[in-house]
Design a protein around this ligand. Structure first.
Ligand code: CAO
Length: 563
């Protein structure tokens, strides 16, 4: 075993290029020519391969470091007695695009020509082993002004694809190629009205120019596969980039030119989600733009956004959570069935409920409170106000009592915002309403500023609107706390699901007369079952118990609200 130094090979004109990606870590076993890191200049990016197989002992570069030819990249433990000082750097390796099987080098065989002033012919430079490669993308049209080194077309063989740049700046007078044409080194691509740019002329390559003139050459971009951690475009400049052995291509990678990959990277567009409309499904910059537009307009969601967003009411089979799949059962085997679509409201609320149930570490405290006196007051109040047409139910008192408890325990009236809590200084109370189409949650705004009659009146109006399907968005949003009352129906306790981004919800069931021990005897008292569900990230069990106790005290003696 020996430890050898792996250095940056000849990367042509590139100097002080930034390390943008580390592809290995200490302990990793690497093959010869396996990519170790990605470097990027303002013109291109490329992967730096290992010259040997071995085990990575130590990384000598970090993200953001600047490297040049000869810079030490890492220490590698290799089999045998290799000399540390004698390791030739590996050639710069180009990875493979989705449909490609290998990448052929782009040798340095273009030469400089004198400055052009009249029409300039742009020809296919030396593109190495590529012969009869198909034009799969034409990036310019007649009349376009192009800069020297701007990509004009993309060509593709069965092994690789590459962008062919203009050797001069100018206005395109004639385009000599079209989609599907086969081209070779030296073929005429375009005629420019030159603007005296001192750029290399590809046609010189055909005339047998020497590889040593490489430093002046126009770059030819060779398409690079998208690495697992992000796409990287290699611009193999027309320097001496030696050939390397074909490697196994990564499968299922998107098919796009380096410039499109760069464009997508800049926009944060996941290329593998973009549908290519170019030849052979190739992704063009228009496709990237169209994808961006559709994401921005909300017409499309990226997979990452979908993963973070609410799952469908029932469409999610649990695979994303690493769960076993949802059982698919043919119920007709067991008896007659009928399939009915969920209502729109059920679909929407189902998705929200699922997210909230999964994402919130929720705990429910069950408690009873004595509402004997309050119920007597409610009944007498309703009698006194029979003619007003406003009926006061227990829920109106519960809303008022909750406001008092929220004021005393403000974290129940908050929302999580990353590592912080947003304390709301308003008291908008949502109440779950049962409608023919499903559950809706209208909101009583500023419940702290309203009396029991006003709350009762609004509740009646909002509940009616909910049942008639006439609630507006403003009437269903902005709640800071929610109450779900099943008191009119029955039941004892239940575990309501928090209506995110709220942090707590109060469930109420039907009050019943119960024998309560007063220290001397059992007394008949009307007991109201309360179920408070709370987000344990925000609220502690003790605080939840205090909230319930305080709520019970208020409902037991409503005069406490005034204290
Ligand atoms: N204990 C005993 N009786 C109760 C009670 C309680 N906790 N709460 C209400 N009642 C009584 C009322 O006093 C009323 O009695 P009367 O008809 O004798 O006057 C009756 O039950 C019906 O009340 P209500 O339900 O019409 O009125 P409300 O203010 O209590 O509730 C509303 C209004 C809109 C919340 C309710 O109609 C509703 O839709 N509840 C269902 C909420 C729901 O679905 N929650 C579950 C969400 S999770 O899926």
């Amino acid at each position: 075993m020996a430890i050898i130094e792996i250095k940056v090979p000849d990367i042509g004109d590139f100097k002080d290029v930034a390390v943008i990606e580390l592809l290995v870590k200490p302990g990793d076993t690497v093959k010869a020519e396996q990519s170790l890191l990605t470097v990027e200049s303002d013109k291109a990016s490329m992967e730096i391969p290992s010259s040997h197989a071995g085990v990575v002992k130590e990384l000598k570069v970090a993200l953001g470091d600047k490297v040049s030819e000869g810079s030490l990249v890492l220490m590698l433990e290799v089999a045998g007695e290799a000399s540390v000082s004698n390791q030739a750097p590996a050639p710069v390796q180009q990875a493979l695009a989705a449909t490609e099987t290998a990448v052929t080098p782009v040798p340095a065989t273009v030469a400089t020509v004198p400055v052009a002033s009249g029409p300039v012919e742009v020809r296919v430079p030396d593109i190495g082993d590529f012969k009869d490669v198909a034009v799969i993308e034409v990036m310019v049209k007649v009349g376009d002004t192009v800069k020297a080194e701007q990509s004009l077309i993309t060509v593709e063989s069965d092994k690789a694809s590459m962008e062919i740049p203009s050797s001069a700046a100018g206005v395109i007078q004639e385009l000599k190629v079209k989609l599907g044409d086969k081209v070779n080194m030296g073929d005429l691509l375009a005629v420019l009205q030159g603007s005296a740019a001192a750029a290399p002329q590809a046609s010189a390559a055909a005339a047998g120019a020497s590889p040593s003139s490489a430093s002046n050459a126009a770059p030819v971009q060779v398409e690079q596969a998208q690495a697992a951690t992000g796409s990287v475009a290699v611009a193999a400049t027309a320097v001496a980039v030696p050939a390397h052995n074909p490697t196994t291509p990564p499968l299922g990678l998107p098919h796009a030119s380096p410039s499109v990959r760069k464009f997508a990277r800049e926009l944060g567009v996941p290329l593998n989600e973009v549908k290519g409309t170019g030849l052979k499904g190739r992704i063009t910059d228009h496709d990237v733009q169209a994808f961006t537009r559709s994401v921005m307009s909300g017409a499309v969601q990226t997979q990452a956004a979908q993963a973070n967003a609410k799952p469908a009411a029932t469409g999610n089979n649990g695979a994303g959570l690493g769960l076993i799949p949802w059982p698919v059962v043919d119920f007709t085997k067991f008896g007659p069935t009928e399939r009915k679509e969920l209502s729109r409201i059920k679909k929407i609320s189902g998705a929200n409920l699922l997210r909230n149930a999964i994402m919130i570490p929720a705990v429910t405290n069950h408690d009873d409170c004595d509402i004997t006196d309050l119920e007597a007051f409610r009944v007498s109040t309703n009698k006194e106000n029979e003619k007003s047409g406003v009926k006061v139910t227990m829920l109106a008192f519960l809303i008022k009592a909750c406001v008092a408890a929220l004021k005393k325990y403000p974290e129940f009236n908050s929302s999580l915002d990353g590592d912080a809590l947003i304390y709301k200084q308003y008291y908008h109370i949502g109440f779950a309403a049962d409608t023919p189409n499903g559950l809706m949650v209208p909101v009583i705004k500023d419940a702290d500023k309203k009396g029991i009659f006003q709350i009762s009146t609004e509740m009646g109006e909002l509940a009616k609107k909910a049942r008639d399907g006439k609630l507006g968005p403003a009437e269903m949003t902005g709640a800071s706390f929610t109450i779900s009352s099943l008191g009119g129906i029955g039941g004892r306790y239940f575990t309501p699901i928090i209506n995110a981004p709220e942090v707590a919800i109060l469930g109420v069931c039907r009050s019943t007369m119960e024998p309560i021990w007063d220290g001397k005897a059992f007394q008949p008292r009307l007991m109201l079952p309360l179920s408070l569900t709370w987000d344990h990230r925000v609220i502690d069990g003790a605080a939840a118990a205090r909230f319930n106790v305080y709520l019970g005290q208020i409902l037991g003696d409503f005069r406490r609200v005034l204290l």
